[in-house]
Design a protein around this ligand. Structure first.
Ligand code: MN
Length: 317
């Protein structure tokens, strides 16, 4: 039986980790739906996989396997297939995720709004596999720490995140703070990337009501990015044939979390989108203009793409 575990389209650390750890435990193939050459943009993921003894060659990328030959597919860290994989719907047998439930698949579902999907996969493996290896425990723990900001006592961390992280830390023998710091430093060091690479690093898109919208998550202040971010964003939008592109940034300054949001191109739709997001209590306020692109401060830092993307999707219907 050919079984595939599929990671979400952004292929962020959580998603790659869930995909890998579950594939290892089930002897399945982990499928990462981004070009192989873009794995290096996820430096924290590359480093953690290496630390846990997972070679990049263990992962499968588009063009490297005939995914339609799979007998069964398990989705992790997302619960609806992205448009290009829609035809695979009948093959999806299971879904493990922590996003808003939009699942219309006839599959076994574990959808719980934890801080990290790695918590759900970790919980599953702790309860089913007789011995979770220290390497797999460390892999899962790393994703939980990044997603919960080192288990901070606030949104989005849940009690289950803390419980599972504690068990994984014990099995792996990891120093939680040290692992978090190492991962965070790799994730937030944007100096090694061009603006075009930053936009490709953590990207999702939706299509609804004939409108295509992309969402780039960026870990750093938009103003601090060297190069012409606004025109790179416009190039990105055109090359992805998007009607609109949403840039979402998050960063820390003296331990305080800040978030920003910007939209390209400059058009009347933006006002509608900002009003809609503010009706949902996003707290967006004009902050500055970069290369003609209006940047908003997002006062409600509890919202991430996990909330903003479904709000925009609702607005398009
Ligand atoms: Mn996730």
């Amino acid at each position: 039986m050919k079984r595939i575990v599929m990671c979400n389209q952004a292929a962020d650390l959580d998603s790659i980790v869930c995909c890998t750890a579950l594939a290892v435990s089930l002897d399945a193939t982990p499928f990462i739906p981004i070009p192989r050459k873009e794995l290096h943009l996820r430096r924290e993921a590359e480093w953690l996989l290496d630390q846990c003894g997972i070679m990049p060659s263990y992962l499968a990328f588009p063009g490297e396997l005939e995914i339609s030959d799979a007998d069964s597919i398990i989705l992790v860290d997302h619960n609806a297939l992205s448009p290009e994989y829609k035809a695979l719907a009948p093959k999806v047998t299971e879904v493990i995720d922590h996003h808003k439930d939009e699942c219309r698949l006839a599959a076994a579902k574990t959808i719980v709004s934890t801080g990290s999907c790695a918590t759900l996969v970790g919980n599953r493996l702790l309860n089913t596999s007789s011995k979770l290896s220290p390497a797999m425990a460390r892999l899962l723990l790393g994703a939980i720490l990044i997603d919960t900001r080192c288990l901070a006592q606030r949104h989005p961390t849940t009690e289950l995140d803390r419980q599972v992280a504690a068990q994984l830390a014990e099995i792996s023998g990891c120093d939680i703070k040290a692992l978090y710091n190492q991962l965070w430093n790799l994730k937030s060091d944007l100096s090694v990337f061009t603006p075009a690479e930053l936009l490709r690093k953590d990207y999702k898109e939706i299509a609804s009501g004939g409108v295509k919208v992309g969402f780039c998550a960026i870990y750093g202040a938009l103003e601090g990015i060297s190069g012409d971010l606004a025109s790179e964003a416009e190039n990105f939008r055109r090359s992805h044939q998007l009607d609109h592109l949403v840039l979402m940034s998050a960063y820390y300054k003296e331990d305080v979390l800040y978030k920003e949001l910007a939209l390209v191109p400059d058009c009347s739709w933006n006002k509608k989108a900002i009003n809609c997001l503010n009706d949902k209590k996003s707290g967006l306020e004009p902050k500055c203009i970069i290369g003609g692109m209006q940047v908003y401060t997002q006062k409600n830092t509890d919202y991430s793409r996990k909330q903003i993307l479904p709000f925009i999707k609702e607005m398009l219907v």
